[in-house]
Write a protein that binds this ligand. Structure first.
Ligand SMILES: NC(=O)c1ccc[n+]([C@@H]2O[C@H](COP(=O)([O-])OP(=O)(O)OC[C@H]3O[C@@H](n4cnc5c(N)ncnc54)[C@H](OP(=O)(O)O)[C@@H]3O)[C@@H](O)[C@H]2O)c1
Length: 321
């Protein structure tokens, strides 16, 4: 079969022949229809993800949509190494194959779960969003951030503040449901002022953070209070991604002077139960048009050419075998 195969961590993978998989006990053979090029797939291939490859060569891709031997169309993940989702066929644990409702096309079904769960799990399980709360999204111009705006609104946030660098894209987020936008492309002083100003009118209850690094340091500076007798309200900051830097320096004073609480959300910090009970709710919203993702289909054969490319309009590349 044809597959997108990685030979060395840090190199681009190649489109080439790879031995066909044979399912083992508890596994299903999947005929792949679509697999999205998300950051987890890229960082595993770079060797920078905490779940990078232990064994090479291996087929890339962590999730996708395919058809089982009995004809059921499923979203799937958890392929047994060295198999992955960016190939014509693969094997996945039956427990990680969930039926996709009709009416959601292959491209959307392949791309949506990674993006939607990235905000749904933090909001519903890690930060436990209450109806009417205010959510700030750092990295709202990204694929996952754009979906996060919609998820937050659907789950009951009253106000969503979207922060990102891409000015052109930032403006379009108001149409997606954002109530206010903050540019991350300004001086630290102006950015801290913009965060503080927004928070003084509508205090942030939850921060969904896709970027970490310096923007979080500026935000934390803005949230640090300077009144010993002040009463702080909870601000749940959930780290989801780290595209602006793997570390951020958080002064002790920030945690002591405000209601800032730090969380993370990803494989290893959320339960399987939470993931499995979220899928049907996500498909329901997508089916009735309340949750959408922008996708760009790409032939699987072009994977190597596309691998390091970044779309400037917040669309997800989806490989089609
Ligand atoms: N933990 C999870 O469950 C989970 C699930 C899905 C994704 N993620 C992670 O979430 C992150 C975002 O994913 P995505 O698919 O939305 O990526 P994406 O489409 O590439 O978007 C990246 C976002 O990060 C911003 N950004 C990148 N570098 C930045 C920097 N140096 N300073 C400030 N902002 C910066 C971009 O801003 P501009 O476009 O405005 O320049 C954009 O808003 C990735 O790290 C991904 O691995 C985590």
């Amino acid at each position: 079969m044809k597959a997108v195969v990685l030979h060395k961590l840090g190199d681009a993978p190649h489109f080439e022949d790879f031995p066909d998989p044979t399912p083992m006990e508890g596994e299903a053979l999947v005929n792949v229809k679509a697999a999205s090029l998300n950051h987890v797939s890229k960082s595993r291939a770079r060797g920078s993800h905490y779940d990078s490859y232990q064994q090479l060569p291996a087929v890339c891709g962590v999730d996708g949509v395919g058809v089982l031997e009995d004809g059921t169309r499923v979203f799937f993940g958890g392929c047994r190494p060295p198999y992955g989702t960016m190939s014509e066929r693969t094997v996945a644990p039956k427990a990680w194959c969930g039926a996709v409702p009709e009416g959601i096309n292959d491209l959307t079904a392949a791309a949506l779960p990674n993006a939607a769960l990235s905000s749904w799990l933090p909001l519903a399980y890690r930060a436990q969003l209450q109806q009417g709360e205010t959510v700030l999204i750092l990295g709202a111009t990204g694929v996952a951030g754009k979906v996060a705006i919609q998820v937050a609104k659907n789950l009951g946030a009253r106000r969503v503040v979207a922060a990102g660098r891409n000015e052109q894209l930032l403006q379009t987020l108001l149409n997606l449901g954002a109530d206010a936008i903050i540019s991350l492309s300004q001086s630290d002083q102006d950015l801290a002022k913009a965060f503080a100003q927004e928070a003084s009118i509508h205090p942030f209850n939850i921060i969904l953070d896709y970027v970490w690094g310096h923007p979080v340091e500026v935000l934390v500076t803005a949230l640090t209070r300077h009144e010993l007798m002040a009463e702080g309200s909870r601000i749940r900051l959930v780290s989801i991604g780290a595209l602006a830097g793997p570390t951020a320096s958080i002064p002790s004073a920030a945690l002591r002077s405000s209601g800032l609480e730090l969380y993370g959300s990803g494989g290893g910090s959320v339960s399987r139960k939470a993931i499995f009970e979220t899928f049907p709710k996500m498909w329901t919203l997508a089916s009735c048009g309340k949750l959408s993702i922008d996708v760009l289909p790409v032939p699987l054969a072009d994977a190597e050419e596309i691998w390091d490319r970044q779309d400037t309009m917040g669309r997800r590349f989806v490989f089609v075998p």
